[in-house]
Design a protein around this ligand. Structure first.
Ligand code: FES
Ligand SMILES: [Fe+2]
Length: 361
């Protein structure tokens, strides 16, 4: 089950070039990405319309793509423009072309109805080239359904256990204290204060504490936008545990995207960093390394969970109060999927009988 009418992250900007073809699978659809000579990004169906060979095994010829099975050549808009040994090019000789936007160092591809493309649905993320931030990026491939990864990011109570030696160290509050959960138009917002939190070892502030304003949005189809902010101890109380109105001491950035490839494989893109006014490159690098270690801990438990689920997929799950976020988000996804499955409603016309009556016949 997945939403089609949404922007999916296909790749980091730096992964797509004019020199190579990048194959990706998103919601069971094979894609091939490349850059044209002018730098713009192309996303085509990675499935030749002739014998269904992957075009990513083909060859770029300027801005066009030639299938290297029997040689059909496709323009960047997906139209076939050459068939070796054949003059007639049937109109249906084409592959699907996907709308693409490059923004915030990500390549976003619209996987649904081209008539419903809405670029305002792309969330604001921080580019790796932004001089105001030190950001590092990576990704992990999962042998798991994307909803299990979404669930993990929508319920951070797991930090106290899965990450007891990393992100959740000295922080039983992750599990012991519930965030405020708010429904957004196509997502969920989480907000809470943590008071008197000890600094992680790499900040070099042993013995000092801070108040943490922890806030993040999780958006369809699986985009995690987090900006935790550090404040002097006592700030949370002074703000009456409400959102802060003062400038923070330190802000961190976590932009992530959970992308469904197939029913059992997903890719997890992530960027972590800090404002360049707050952290050196070395500190931001250490923060990234520490965080990436934690992401491997998530992968281990989620892939193990998937194996257990697959033994008996009909086994029900049980909800706890910490599942407010996962349950809300699964409901939003279901609503969108159900709406996409409904046939379009025909335009309303007056009933003939009522019309006849109104005319006095
Ligand atoms: S499969 Fe592509 S040209 Fe035959
Ligand atoms: Fe985690």
């Amino acid at each position: 089950m997945w939403v089609r009418n949404a922007w999916y992250v296909a790749a980091w900007s730096h992964d797509v070039s004019h020199a190579a073809l990048l194959p990706r699978t998103i919601i069971n659809q094979p894609l091939v990405l490349y850059r044209k000579a002018d730098g713009s990004v192309v996303a085509l169906e990675d499935r030749c319309c002739h014998r269904l060979a992957p075009l990513s095994k083909g060859r770029l010829e300027q801005d066009d793509l030639r299938c290297m099975y029997h040689g059909m050549k496709f323009a960047a808009d997906g139209r076939c423009i050459e068939i070796p040994g054949q003059d007639l090019i049937p109109p249906r000789a084409a592959v699907k072309s996907y709308p693409v936007v490059e923004r915030g160092s990500w390549i976003w591809v619209w996987m649904g109805d081209a008539g419903l493309v809405d670029a305002t649905l792309i969330p604001e993320t921080i580019a790796t080239t932004d001089a105001g931030w030190h950001i590092k990026t990576g990704y992990l491939d999962y042998a798991a359904h994307y909803q299990l990864i979404n669930d993990n990011l929508l319920d951070l109570s797991h930090l106290s256990f899965v990450h007891e030696k990393t992100l959740g160290r000295n922080m039983p509050q992750w599990a012991g204290q519930r965030p405020q959960v708010t429904r957004l138009d196509r997502g969920v917002r989480f907000q809470r204060w943590f008071e008197n939190r000890p600094h992680a070892h790499y900040y070099g502030r042993e013995g000092e504490t801070y108040d943490l304003w922890h806030s993040y949005d999780f958006l369809v189809p699986g985009i995690f936008i987090q900006r935790p902010a550090w404040y002097p101890p006592g700030t949370a109380k002074r703000m009456n545990m409400q959102p802060p109105t003062e400038p923070p001491l330190f802000v961190r950035c976590d932009d992530q995207a959970v992308i469904a490839e197939t029913e059992r494989t997903s890719r997890y893109f992530y960027a972590t960093g800090a404002r360049s006014t707050d952290a050196t490159v070395a500190l931001a690098d250490e923060m990234f390394r520490f965080t990436e270690t934690a992401f491997h801990e998530d992968k281990a438990i989620i892939e193990a969970q998937q194996k257990v689920i697959d033994l008996d997929p009909d086994q029900p799950m049980m909800s706890l109060s910490s599942d407010a976020g996962p349950n809300l988000f699964r409901g939003i996804v279901k609503q969108l999927v159900d709406a996409e499955a409904r046939p379009p409603q025909p335009a309303r016309v007056a009933e003939p009988v009522a019309l006849a009556a109104a005319q006095g016949n």
